[in-house]
Design a protein around this ligand. Structure first.
Ligand code: FES
Length: 117
């Protein structure tokens, strides 16, 4: 019997823990794509990775947005038009047709690892 090959998205090291800003976003270029990384030390999980591109504002600004809890959901407010995107799955809370990509992200020691693609 042949073995079934399991394809796994690869974990990439995106930055170090010290590159993150607690309770705020930073943005990183991963595989040519801008991704906003949020480090929320008091939450579980502590790390969130979401597309930096805001399709409503048509600009790469999500990493500069403020984090807020809305109806129990952690979300980031786009700095331009203030739409809120849920950090766990990228869903826009005001426009149900709009959802940003989110990516698995985790600490491994002092490294921050992310899966894209
Ligand atoms: S450069 Fe990071 S949000 Fe603009």
């Amino acid at each position: 019997m042949s073995e079934v090959a399991i394809t796994r998205a690869e974990w990439l090291q995106v930055c170090k823990r010290s590159d993150l800003v607690a309770n705020s976003g930073v943005c990183a270029l991963v595989g040519g794509r801008q991704i906003a990384l949020f480090f929320l030390p008091d939450q579980e999980p502590q790390l969130y990775a979401i597309d930096n591109w805001d399709p409503i504002a048509n600009a790469g600004v999500i990493g500069r947005g403020l984090v807020a809890e809305i109806n129990g959901d952690l979300s980031v407010a786009s700095p331009l038009y203030k739409q809120h995107y849920r950090l766990t799955d990228g869903q826009c809370l005001e426009e149900e047709d709009i959802q940003l990509d989110t990516f698995p992200i985790a600490f491994e020691g002092d490294d921050v690892l992310i899966q894209v693609g």
